[in-house]
Design a protein around this ligand. Structure first.
Ligand SMILES: CC(C)(COP(=O)(O)OP(=O)(O)OC[C@H]1O[C@@H](n2cnc3c(N)ncnc32)[C@H](O)[C@@H]1OP(=O)(O)O)[C@@H](O)C(=O)NCCC(=O)NCCS
Length: 412
């Protein structure tokens, strides 16, 4: 069946999380993703294993809809196979440490010379230029350096990393946008180009509103923050909404770690919310009459909401607030989500079968296209498609494949 990216062939040298997120999304959208691994394989295959000798969930959850070929790029015959692959692919992707591809002899200039139509896409911690360019990076390094950690947590506590992988997966999504744009431009120019995403830049982009606040601080305190003792940088804001409306996580019954409902007190729902939690008396109370006074008295307002919520579970409280059109959402644990009807209906939890691990669950594709339905296919075993790609995609004969094997093109 025709898919959005049918006919696009991606040579995917990415590893760990940032790059594989990007290539998996493009696989979901129909690209033919050839994952080229070193003979040792993507390190995540063996990391955090839950079943002995089976590819880890870390690997399987980020490498669906791909075929795997192992090629030794430090072997001359392996380099020859790689060069042939470069010639027939639309995109080559990598997220190696600084300088790795140049050391292997395949920097952008060389790749562009081999195939002027190919789009080359790289993720680096900090890009290829600048004082930080030589540094490696992982998720929390990017969160630390991109301004996310300094603005996450409570003001009186240490900086925190967010649970969502904005440094790795967030960068992968940015990379996909860059690749698709480069493919569109190639339609007009016929030329490939180099696409680069630095994890630090992408985290900064995802924390954009924190720079809004940084510049506002110069003009005075920010009223929407519940703590008003500002220094010269954007502070950690706990669960404050961070937008033009007041918001917070309100504790509910029975008081477990995730028994909270996040409530946004939109200006035009205050009257009905006040009547719900405190009757006509609260609705008429001038201390909460408009957003400015509510901001000033928000500690008292949140306490009233929490007192009311203590009689209800987060789901019950949500149902009450949904009735009066108050924007809100329960704090969902992973357990809540994996069993959630809405999540299932949106195909965000997909059961797959794997030869080594049996049945397991992967997240589905969050990008829904009406003409390009997604079929999630399990991740490949290491080198599972080496022969298939050599013969069907590259046209090598059985004898040639045997010769390449003999020369160590696919092994260490
Ligand atoms: C993630 C990261 C820190 C891992 O560091 P690392 O484990 O030391 O791995 P590197 O990418 O630096 O190096 C990979 C090595 O494998 C080798 N290699 C990779 N594919 C190969 C292949 N097919 N055949 C032979 N060797 C191969 C490389 O040549 C390199 O060896 P070298 O150090 O001798 O040059 C690093 O890759 C990085 O900073 N990447 C960019 C930022 C990023 O994406 N981070 C997030 C990851 S989720």
């Amino acid at each position: 069946m025709d898919k959005a990216l049918s006919g696009i062939r991606i040579l995917d040298m990415t590893h760990v999380q940032a790059g594989p997120t990007s290539s998996q999304l493009m696989g979901f959208l129909g690209a033919d993703v050839i994952k080229l691994e070193s003979p040792a394989g993507d390190a995540t295959r063996k990391q955090l294993r839950d079943i002995p000798d089976a590819d880890s969930l870390y690997f399987t959850m980020l490498n669906c809809n791909k075929r795997s070929i192992t090629v030794n790029l430090k072997n001359e015959q392996g380099k020859a196979v790689f060069t042939k692959l470069l010639k027939i692919c639309d995109v080559v992707m990598e997220n190696f440490g600084p300088g790795v591809l140049n050391r292997l002899g395949f920097g952008w200039e060389t790749v562009h010379e081999i195939n002027p139509h190919i789009v080359m896409a790289s993720i680096k911690g900090f890009g290829t230029e600048g004082p930080y360019a030589a540094f490696k990076a992982y998720e929390n390094v990017a969160q630390a350096m991109g301004g996310a950690m300094s603005t996450t947590g409570v003001p009186e506590g240490p900086p925190f990393a967010t649970g969502a992988q904005i440094g790795d997966s967030g960068t992968g999504v940015h990379l996909m946008a860059g690749i698709l744009a480069a493919l569109l431009q190639r339609e007009r120019t016929g030329r490939g180009q180099y696409v680069e995403c630095a994890m630090m830049d992408c985290v900064m982009n995802l924390a954009r509103v924190k720079w809004r606040d940084h510049q506002r601080i110069e003009r005075g305190p920010l009223p929407e923050y519940s703590r008003q003792d500002f220094e010269s940088f954007t502070p950690r804001a706990g669960n404050d909404s961070g937008g033009g409306q007041l918001g917070n996580a309100v504790k509910c019954k029975p008081g477990g770690p995730n028994d909270y409902l996040y409530v946004v007190v939109q200006e035009h729902v205050w009257n009905s919310l006040a009547k719900c939690i405190g009757g006509d008396k609260l609705a008429a109370d001038p201390r909460f009459d408009n957003i400015d006074v509510r901001r000033a008295n928000q500690a008292e307002m949140w306490q009233m909401l929490e007192d009311y919520a203590s009689s209800y579970t987060k789901r019950e409280f949500m149902a009450i607030l949904n009735e009066i059109d108050v924007p809100c959402g329960p704090i969902m644990s992973t357990e809540d989500l994996i069993d959630d009807e809405h999540v299932k209906l949106r195909e965000m939890m997909v059961e797959l079968d794997h030869p080594e691990r049996g049945k397991w669950v992967n997240l589905g594709c969050p990008i829904k296209l009406s003409d390009s339905p997604v079929e999630v296919k399990r991740s490949p075993l290491l080198g599972e498609h080496t022969d298939e790609i050599l013969s069907e995609v590259l046209g090598y004969s059985d004898n040639e494949i045997a010769g390449l094997k003999e020369a160590g093109a696919f092994t260490r």
